[in-house]
Design a protein around this ligand. Structure first.
Ligand code: ZN
Length: 266
């Protein structure tokens, strides 16, 4: 059975169909669809929505409402596909709390990267977000992804451990794909943020896989963001000089998150 490799990496929002009652159409199928925060939102009668979109005047309120709902669903689906998780459903640059100079600097770097992305994309310019747990690295990386997705960029943020498990699962007989397919898919996305690099033990296989993805993206001049709790020198020891050099090419940026965690010890 052939597997769509992109389906393994880009989730579609869950949908549930249930029997309902519409005042106009009587017994109908109703649907609810997964929201970015993980909750389900009822969409009402499908026939009403279809008619509002296709049969009502373009200047009617019904059309505007149906159009807005369809646009919202498309935007949500794009963010889910890009790996934005419920935990970071609301993460933007504007709601990142920056109180110290260091925090403001990290925020400005990440916001600048997103705002100047067309130039970074052309140069294949990558970025490293390194430093302490709980300093909001994933928050800011998610905000970058959110910005890029709004501009229809094919972007993905994914923990390194997920890449590794998907690649390992390819070895199960009958999986329908190989770990080479994983490298080719991730190697071709317009933007890739790999989160939690260095949380794994870093076996030869795991590091080889990350190297292959980073190298493939480097050869294709595509930007990669690496997020790690390791300090730069430890990250270098973990991932190796060559991979790190790839990410620092062409003015690759680095944002350090060196202050103590904002998260309470919860
Ligand atoms: Zn209806």
């Amino acid at each position: 059975m052939a597997v769509q490799i992109s389906d393994l990496f880009h989730r579609t929002p869950a949908k549930r169909i249930f029997a309902g009652q519409c005042p106009t159409h009587g017994d109908v199928d109703m649907t609810e669809v997964e929201q970015l925060d993980g909750s389900m939102l009822a969409r009402g009668c499908k026939r009403c929505q279809w008619e509002a979109l296709h049969n009502s005047p373009r200047d009617s309120e019904a059309f505007a409402r149906a159009r807005a709902q369809a646009d919202t669903e498309r935007a949500t689906a794009a963010l889910v596909a890009a790996g934005i998780t419920p935990r970071f459903a609301e993460a933007t640059f504007d709601n990142y709390v920056a109180e110290t100079d260091e925090q403001r600097k990290a925020l400005a770097k990440c916001r600048g990267y997103a705002e100047q992305f067309p130039a970074h994309f052309r140069a294949g310019r990558s970025m490293l977000l390194t430093g302490n747990v709980g300093c909001g690295k994933t928050h800011l990386a998610s905000a970058i992804v959110r910005t890029l997705v709004a501009d229809r960029c094919r972007a993905l943020i994914i923990p390194a451990s997920d890449i590794i498990s998907i690649a390992r699962a390819s070895m199960v007989p009958g999986s329908g794909y190989t770990d080479r397919d994983v490298v080719l898919h991730l190697g071709g996305l317009e933007f890739l943020a790999i989160d939690e690099v260095g949380c794994q033990k870093g076996s030869d296989y795991e590091l080889g896989l990350l190297h292959a993805i980073i190298d493939r993206r480097y050869q294709a001049v595509l930007p990669t963001v690496l997020i790690s709790n390791l300090a730069p020198e430890n990250l270098k020891a973990y991932i190796g000089d060559r991979a790190l050099d790839r990410l620092r090419q062409n003015g690759g940026l680095i944002a350090g998150f060196t202050w103590a965690s904002k998260r309470a010890a919860a």
